[in-house]
Design a protein around this ligand. Structure first.
Ligand SMILES: Cc1ncc(COP(=O)(O)O)c(C=O)c1O
Length: 361
């Protein structure tokens, strides 16, 4: 373990750099009693069904899984025939960060469109929503949107509703990658169902890990007519965990009360503080609106190098110096203020020589 691993520094690379929330750990410990049936036939998974129904509506059926890539692949596979295709943005996690799993594991084609702020619109969808019935073209069957987006922006409920209506009118279904849906809801001050069920979303990948779980997400089917074989596919996709109670207990801890909102609200608030501090510096180009828990800013190379002596964060566009600074449920005001102070100092300094700290992978 390097010093960076043990020093207790809160990095700005991703919300999944954070540990698990103490309330989540307590729920895991509380679930560690005796023997219960495996593969989801346990009291915690039953409780989770009720908890998610209370959040998303009585029709919701929840399938706990191990990670977000698995949730997305399972959801999309269950929504599409073998000749199906998914319309999504170029920046969508399913397209950029899942090592082709939707294609390799799911056997699906992704039809991508450039979306400057990460958000699909009906017009952008229509750039790929064509060729229905043409045997030469993979058939667009699902529109997949990410909430909050990979660029830290948030769809309003009206925008989600418009996309759902548009997709449905063309015979397509809507999947939402909600790895950070809690951050979107916290930003909008709305309940989770106002961004999903009430807008016509058919299937949701419900986030957990990014908001303080050890691990665990869920596929939530909001319209049962949108899927086939989720149970079977979850096993075939290697997402059926035997000791499911421990995944379900974590999700119950997150969504039963307001932990999801407290945690996401804090991460968002820290990103807003960071954004305000960067704006106050005045000389830096912030690339996207800061609506959820990430700030995208262009940094001179010597500044990024100087900050990387202490913190990890991702290059977003190495060509123009854009980096992503992401806050988590456990980011503190002090973390943000120290980063801002270091940023101001580095901007004042002359460029340091190349070859300092290695770039974050
Ligand atoms: C938008 C989005 N979806 C899904 C995921 C889930 O990924 P993982 O498979 O690493 O849990 C992530 C993680 O970075 C993400 O940012």
């Amino acid at each position: 373990m390097t010093e960076q691993h043990t020093s207790g520094v809160h990095h700005f690379a991703s919300d999944n750099y954070a540990g698990a929330h103490p309330e989540v750990l307590a729920a895991v410990a509380a679930a560690n009693v005796g023997h219960v049936p495996a593969y989801g036939d346990d009291p915690w998974t039953a409780r989770l069904q009720d908890v998610v129904r209370a959040q998303l509506g009585e029709q919701a059926v929840t399938y706990p899984v191990l990670n977000g890539t698995g949730a997305n692949v399972l959801a999309l596979q269950a929504m599409l025939p073998r000749w199906g295709a998914v319309i999504c943005t170029e920046a969508a996690h399913v397209n950029t960060d899942e090592n082709g799993a939707p294609e390799r594991v799911g056997g699906l084609k992704l039809l991508t469109v450039a979306a400057p702020d990460g958000r699909l619109t009906p017009e952008l969808v229509d750039r790929q929503a064509w060729g229905f019935g043409d045997v030469h073209r993979a058939q667009p069957g699902v529109v997949s949107l990410t909430q909050a987006t990979e660029l830290g922006t948030v769809y309003t409920p009206e925008a989600v509703r418009e996309l759902c209506d548009h997709a449905h009118a063309r015979g397509m279904r809507v999947h939402m990658d909600g790895a950070r849906i809690a951050n979107a809801a916290a930003h909008l001050g709305l309940p989770l169902r106002a961004l999903t069920t009430d807008c016509g979303v058919d299937v949701l990948s419900l986030g957990g890990t990014k908001n303080g779980l050890l691990l665990g997400e869920a596929v939530v089917v909001l319209d049962p007519s949108a899927v086939v074989g989720v149970d079977f596919l979850r096993k075939a996709d290697m997402q059926l965990t035997s000791k499911m109670r421990f995944v379900s207990a974590q999700l119950v801890a997150l969504y039963e009360g307001d932990l999801w909102l407290r945690s996401a609200g804090r991460a968002n608030a820290m990103a807003a503080r960071l954004r305000a501090g960067i704006d106050a510096i005045g000389s830096l180009d912030v690339v996207q609106p800061t609506e959820a828990n990430a700030v995208f800013v262009r940094l001179p190379a010597h500044v990024a190098r100087a900050l990387r002596r202490r913190w990890r964060f991702y290059d977003w566009d190495a060509a123009d110096g854009t980096v992503r600074l992401m806050c988590a449920f456990d980011t503190t005001e002090q973390d943000v203020d120290e980063l801002l102070a270091a940023l101001a100092d580095a901007l004042d300094d002359a460029p340091a020589p190349e070859g300092g700290a290695p770039a974050t992978p």
